[in-house]
Every structure is written in structure tokens, then in C-alpha cells.
Design a protein around this ligand. Structure first.
Ligand SMILES: C[S@@+](CC[C@H](N)C(=O)[O-])C[C@H]1O[C@@H](n2cnc3c(N)ncnc32)[C@H](O)[C@@H]1O
Length: 253
């Protein structure tokens, strides 16, 4: 199934390539470390044992939790809300500390749906519904049994590691970190190195997606690196026909 939201760096176009490379001999626990919109989680088969969705962005995680437990209440909050720049700016400037979790979830859903490129930063100038109740209900049942976490990868990976764990990691791509709220530690080169070092020491398996970049290739030279190519939607939209975009899928198995 599809995710209920678009997200910067969302893996709608790469999800099949990733799932096709999951370990053939299976795994007991699936952990999506940099969850975002969860395109891979929603695409893969529901795992019988344990699944974890995680992201450092607390507004996004609060949205996932409230869609899991109270989708009707989130939808009701947005029932009479129009698609308008004034409302977008008001929501953007709102003090979330003064809101309930459901109000916060509704606010963030509105900002994602109506922003340009799902960046949550500027109004997308397109009239569109923030709520699709059918899709929220599907997501609610898919998230049944999924543990939703709000941690940095540095804490999540050691806490969830084990011989039967598969980690899917989709960190901010090298040099695109500024598009995300990355918490107080940010996501500079030292974080990419720290992620590699953390993954190097795990007992479980990992599969990782990244942009094709010399720094990343050097960082993961001891692992299996595969290059995958897809059409570059952004350049195609700007009239550059046949533009291709290269990504890397990296594994420790
Ligand atoms: C490329 S996006 C993931 C997209 C996701 N795979 C999808 O299909 O929608 C990267 C995500 O990493 C999250 N992130 C950034 N720094 C993080 C950290 N230190 N620990 C965990 N998540 C982090 C961002 O909030 C963002 O949602």
C-alpha cells in the first residue's frame, strides 16, 4: 500500500528495489530507522513478529501515533479547514506546546499536504484536501502492532539490535541534510560517519539507501554497494527529457 503523505526524500520510487533486496532467509524484527513517510514500511508485507517505525521529527511521529490511534479525531479537526495561504501560515506559526496531540497531528498533516513539495515550509498554492479518510483508515490498520519511536538513530539502533533484526536506514542524503529537522545534533558529515560506525557494530542486518556520492562510497567501501538508477522527476518536470538519478543500496549481507 501507499503512504498517506508525501515526504522530502520519500522512497516511493525506490521501495520495490529495496524490498526486493531484503534477506532471503527472512528476519524476526523489522526496524525503519529514518521513517519519514514510511514508503518502504507501507509497501512491504506486514511482518508477523515485530515492526518498528522511528523518526527524530517529533511532529511527524506524533502524526503517525494519532493516525494509528485516533484517525477520526484528526480528520474532525480539519473538517472545516480550507486550503488557504492564511491558514497555512497560521498553522505554521502556531505554538504546538499549547495544542493537544490530536490538534498537533492535524496541524502537521495540513502543513505536509498543503506545502510545496511536502517540505512543511512554504504554501504550495494548490487547493487540495488535507484529509482522505479512507487512506487514514488503511494506515490505521497497517500500523496496528507497529511500535512507533521518536529517537535519534544513535539510540534506536543499539536498543533494537539483535541477530534477527533487519534495519532499513534512509538517512538524509549527503548534502541534502538542510531539508530536514534533524534535532539538536544536526546531520553533518560526522553523523554520516557515526551512522556507518554504528551499523558496522550491529549483530543484525542492515539495508541502507543513499545518494550516489564519492564520500558515501568511500564510507561504505567494506559493504555490498549496488547502484540503482531512476528517472529524475524534478529535472523531467523542468523539461530535461530522459534525466536519470543514481542512488546506492548498501547492505551488510
Ligand atoms: C530521507 S528521509 C526518510 C524518508 C522515508 N524513507 C520515506 O520513504 O518517506 C530521512 C528522515 O530521517 C529523519 N532523521 C533525520 N535525522 C535523524 C536522526 N538523527 N535519527 C533518526 N531520524 C532522523 C528525518 O526527519 C527524515 O524524516
Amino acid at each position: 500500500m501507499d503512504s498517506f503523505i508525501a515526504w522530502v526524500g520519500g522512497k516511493k520510487l525506490l521501495r520495490k528495489e529495496i524490498v526486493n533486496r531484503f534477506p532471503e532467509d527472512g528476519f524476526k524484527k523489522y526496524v525503519e530507522v529514518f521513517g519519514g513517510a514510511g514508503w518502504v514500511l507501507f509497501y512491504k508485507e506486514k511482518h508477523a513478529e515485530k515492526e518498528v517505525y522511528n523518526d527524530i521529527n517529533s511532529e511527524l511521529v506524533n502524526l503517525f501515533k494519532n493516525v494509528k490511534f485516533h484517525p477520526e479525531a484528526v480528520a474532525k479537526e480539519l473538517e472545516l479547514t480550507l486550503s488557504a495561504r492564511e491558514i497555512f501560515e497560521k498553522y505554521k506559526a502556531a505554538d504546538v506546546r499549547q495544542m493537544t496531540e490530536i490538534q498537533r497531528a492535524a496541524r502537521y498533516l495540513y502543513l505536509i499536504k498543503l506545502s510545496y513539495g511536502a517540505t512543511v515550509r512554504s504554501f504550495g498554492c494548490r487547493a487540495r484536501n488535507a484529509v482522505d479518510m479512507e487512506s487514514l483508515q488503511r494506515v490505521k490498520s497497517r500500523l496496528d502492532g507497529v511500535l512507533i519511536e521518536n529517537k535519534s538513530f544513535a539510540k534506536l539502533i543499539p536498543a533494537q539490535d539483535g541477530a534477527g533484526t533487519l534495519f532499513y536506514c534512509d538517512p538524509p542524503y549527503h548534502n541534502t541534510e538542510k531539508y530536514y529537522d534533524t534535532g539538536e545534533d544536526g546531520f553533518g558529515e560526522e553523523m554520516h560517519i557515526f551512522l556507518r560506525d554504528t551499523l558496522k557494530g550491529i549483530k543484525g542486518k542492515f539495508i541502507l539507501s543513499y545518494n550516489d556520492d564519492e564520500f558515501i562510497r568511500e564510507l561504505y567501501k567494506d559493504f555490498v554497494i549496488e547502484e540503482v538508477e531512476r528517472s529524475d522527476n524534478l529535472k523531467m518536470a523542468m523539461g530535461e527529457k530522459g534525466s536519470r538519478y543514481k542512488e546506492l543500496i548498501i547492505r551488510n549481507y
